[in-house]
Design a protein around this ligand. Structure first.
Ligand SMILES: Nc1ccn([C@@H]2O[C@H](COP(=O)(O)OP(=O)(O)OP(=O)(O)O)[C@@H](O)[C@H]2O)c(=O)n1
Ligand SMILES: O=P(O)(O)OC[C@@H](O)[C@@H](O)[C@@H](O)CO
Length: 453
């Protein structure tokens, strides 16, 4: 069942985005993507997310993939992580029939794209197999394209970045199979029949198998078609299926510490802390339509990118940027810089605040808005503009009731705008500043009763 635009719909943003990649990963991604732009067909890639489990070890009635983190279902963060990767054309999610409506609601609420839902199986392997069948085009009325490479990733591993997805996809294209691994945290032992230690494994010569994993589609689909019922029932390792049934030795790729799987309740608390940490690193820069020819926002974006993980710039009057803004709000960005060049008028900021209030975003987590006004002091009399800007104080008191912290920043510049930006960039990007701001807001946050009163 396709829910978002089917494969090939491409990413929400124009053109390939290499965000989140560094150094040689960026080069590899560029090479991978440039195959497409050079007229050669870049390998088509799809993803299968098994999300049909019951989460018994979590110990709560709700299956863990649907448990809220900052009042947003855990699976939505994983989908968001995969959607950031423009070269993954289709995302197939396997959910149980009883959770199909819940899943459809999440896709709609958070406007997830490129999503197709299939029925999960009674085991993880069977869920994955159902996802592969949907991609194999042997399903009636399927709009999904059979990919060359398929990524398999647990729906309860939300912290997956483009670099590791790219690494396993490229390795799978070359080797037929690839998987992320991590060093073992605890030593693995083998117990004897009488419940005593038989022997312990040499920890340094073993690794933990994590996700994502990637395969040439034909390899893993063939493996699942050959798979015994025993393996489908009790197996937990897709790489082993490729080896056992297709004699394909997976390439192992060192993954980051964030690839862990949410399994126990403590993992949800850890996930919430990590998401809060990441939120405090996300900034959206909004510029007014009359953007200065030096593209203030682009300058800011380039500088902010050196300091923070996710920076988005939306130009154009907010009324045109509204669609983008809604998407940004859905991605749960909580920090906004509204850039106004040569005006003390904060109408643009007011439009942003109205959009934020309508989105109810601020109920989840404090939102920080900085209304920045660049004024050339030779052209603008200080007194009159300062008086105008002081009105923002009253405005700030008003929006604080909605858990939005509004700050005004007036930058009088005597020289070229670029030098001014360089001088003031620390104001925006002082990581401690943003974090401090959120911690400040956290401290001042009214009690939930007050907030929702
Ligand atoms: N029949 C199943 C079982 C598991 N999964 C998915 O496989 C991933 C990893 O499995 P696991 O962590 O074991 O999830 P659960 O089986 O839900 O957890 P538990 O074993 O605690 O019940 C999860 O995204 C889970 O939803 C699935 O798609 N279909
Ligand atoms: O074993 P579980 O069902 O908890 O989770 C599946 C994991 O085993 C699997 O995601 C990785 O080990 C990689 O195969």
């Amino acid at each position: 069942m396709e829910l978002g635009p089917p494969g090939g719909a491409g990413p929400a943003e124009p053109g390939p985005r290499l965000r989140g990649l560094r150094g040689d990963d960026r080069a590899a991604s560029a090479a991978w993507l440039s195959e497409a732009s050079a007229g050669r067909r870049a390998p088509s890639v799809a993803a299968v997310l098994p999300a049909g489990g019951s989460g018994e070890r979590m110990g709560v009635p709700t299956p863990k993939q649907f448990c809220p983190v900052l009042e947003r279902p855990l699976i939505s963060y994983t989908l968001q992580a995969l959607e950031r990767v423009c070269w993954i054309k289709d995302i197939v999610v396997a959910v149980t029939g009883e959770n199909m409506e819940v899943m459809k609601g999440i896709v709609q609420r958070y406007q997830h794209k490129r999503i197709s839902l299939v029925e999960a199986g009674v085991t993880r392997h069977r869920s994955i197999f159902n996802g592969l069948k949907a991609l194999a085009e042997d399903q009636p009325n399927s709009k999904l394209c059979r990919p060359e490479v398929v990524i398999i990733h647990d729906a309860v591993r939300p912290f997956v970045e483009e670099d590791v997805l790219l690494k396993v996809a490229i390795a799978a294209k070359e080797h037929g199979a690839a998987g992320a691994i991590r060093p073992l945290v605890s030593t693995v032992i083998s117990p004897s029949a009488d419940g005593c230690l038989d022997h312990s494994l040499e920890r340094t010569s073993h690794r933990a198998s994590e996700m994502p994993q990637a395969f040439l589609f034909d390899v893993i689909y063939e493996a699942y078609q050959q798979c015994s019922d025993y393996d489908l029932e009790f197996g937990t390792e897709c790489l082993q299926l490729a080896l056992k049934y297709c004699h394909t030795k997976a390439k192992l790729v060192e993954g980051s510490p964030d690839l862990w799987k949410v399994t126990y309740k403590r993992d949800l608390y850890a996930a919430e802390s990590i998401i809060k940490e990441r939120i405090s690193q996300q900034i959206c820069i909004l510029m007014d339509a009359k953007e200065d020819e030096e593209h203030v926002g682009r300058c800011l974006e380039e500088m902010l990118k050196k300091e923070l993980n996710h920076v988005k710039v939306t130009s154009g009057a907010l009324c045109h940027a509204g669609r983008d803004l809604q998407q940004i709000i859905l991605e749960q960005c909580y920090n906004f810089v509204c850039v106004n060049v040569m005006t003390s008028d904060f109408e643009e900021t007011r439009k942003l605040l109205n959009a934020l209030e309508e989105s109810n975003l601020s109920i989840l987590y404090p939102v920080v808005v900085i209304s920045v006004h660049f004024l050339d002091y030779k052209l603008v009399p200080f007194g009159q503009k300062m008086e105008h800007l002081m009105q923002i104080k009253e405005f700030a008191k008003e929006v604080k009731k909605r858990n939005i912290l509004l700050c005004g920043l007036l930058i009088y510049y005597p020289q070229k705008l670029w030098e001014t930006l360089l001088t003031n960039i620390r104001i925006f990007t002082g990581w401690g500043h943003w974090k401090g701001l959120h911690q400040l807001v956290e401290l001042q946050k009214p009690s939930p009763g007050e907030l929702r009163g």
